[in-house]
Design a protein around this ligand. Structure first.
Ligand code: RIB
Length: 303
């Protein structure tokens, strides 16, 4: 049996809408081809990892409604353990409205719903027991993330933190982190300084932040510019596979889910990040988040 991966965070019903271009403030643009599909960062990461053969448990919540049932059905189809996904009464399932332009770029309006109603007391003590890797993201209240981090540390699991969407983090959460995954913007927010990754793959303010919290391993994702793998103070630049993106929604989650899957299987951080880059690139060639993630056979045919 493969090593257990636990994802803690949000489940959302994504309403994807194609637009010629994203609207400016106060502007109305015409949308077309509206699609409802499963999303949410933790839920996406869970599906990416499970579809590639990982044994995955998801910790989070949905409302007692159609969207919640849709999400649970999709996740169950991918074999994700939903025993720690609560169905909360009197609150809607999380929703994301996602216009996607012709270049595949998106903007997201998030309605947290059940994700915002979860409290630390809702995370069962045994949620992370037996986990090899625990992935944390920030679409649920920070006290929930902090409790999950504490349970992960107690279980001696590898703690992977994807601080997205970014918000100021408690010192204890960073101290519990073994592997940090950030995009360029999140890296700058975390370091509290503008960062130029073209000038130095590991800019000093980021190096200092990582060192200050004892985080030896990190990945900075740069979309079409590839990724930077930081391991023990050295930084390595990984190129991105060239693609013509259709929809970048959930590409970061494909990266994190794949990275967790590969780390749980024993890869080094560099090996895991190389595979994660390929899967994230693949995901941009199809519409939606989870709907765009590959099976091993699809990935092999695409390489
Ligand atoms: O990272 C992509 C995800 O962010 C979408 O699936 C949407 O639900 C938002 O949470």
């Amino acid at each position: 049996m493969s090593e257990l991966i636990v994802m803690v965070g949000a489940l959302n019903a994504d309403l994807g809408i194609r637009v010629d271009r994203l609207p400016a403030p106060g502007e109305t643009v015409a949308g077309r081809d509206v699609r409802l599909s499963p999303g949410g960062k933790a839920s996406n990461q869970a599906v990416a990892a499970a579809r590639l053969g990982g044994r995955v448990r998801l910790v989070g919540a949905v409302g007692d409604d159609e969207n919640g049932r849709m999400l649970r059905e999709h996740l169950a189809r991918d074999g994700v353990d939903l025993g720690t996904v609560q169905v909360l009464p009197d609150v809607v399932t999380g929703q994301a409205i996602i216009p996607v332009d012709d270049a595949g770029e998106n903007a997201i309006i998030l309605v947290p719903g059940a994700n915002g109603a979860v409290g630390p007391e809702d995370i069962p003590t045994e949620a992370c027991t037996d986990a090899a890797v625990v992935c944390l993201s920030l679409e649920v209240p920070l006290p929930v993330v902090q409790r999950a981090a504490a349970l992960a540390v107690a279980a001696q699991a590898l703690v992977v933190l994807n601080p997205s969407p970014y918000q100021p983090l408690a010192e204890t959460l960073l101290d519990a982190t073994d592997v940090l995954i950030v995009n360029e913007l999140e890296a700058a927010q975390l370091a509290g300084a503008a960062l130029d990754f073209d000038a130095a793959p590991l800019p000093e303010p980021l190096a200092a932040t990582l060192a200050g919290h004892g985080i030896a391993r990190a990945v900075v994702t740069r979309g079409g510019k590839g990724a930077i793998v930081v391991d023990g103070g050295t930084a390595q630049v990984l190129p991105a596979r060239a693609v013509d993106p259709v929809d970048t929604t959930g590409a970061g989650d494909a990266f994190t889910g794949t990275l967790a899957r590969r780390l749980a299987a024993g890869d080094t951080l560099e090996e895991a990040a190389r595979e994660a880059s390929v899967v994230a690139a693949f995901s941009t060639t199809r519409r939606g988040a989870q709907a765009s993630y590959p099976t091993p056979a699809e990935l092999a045919a695409w390489r």
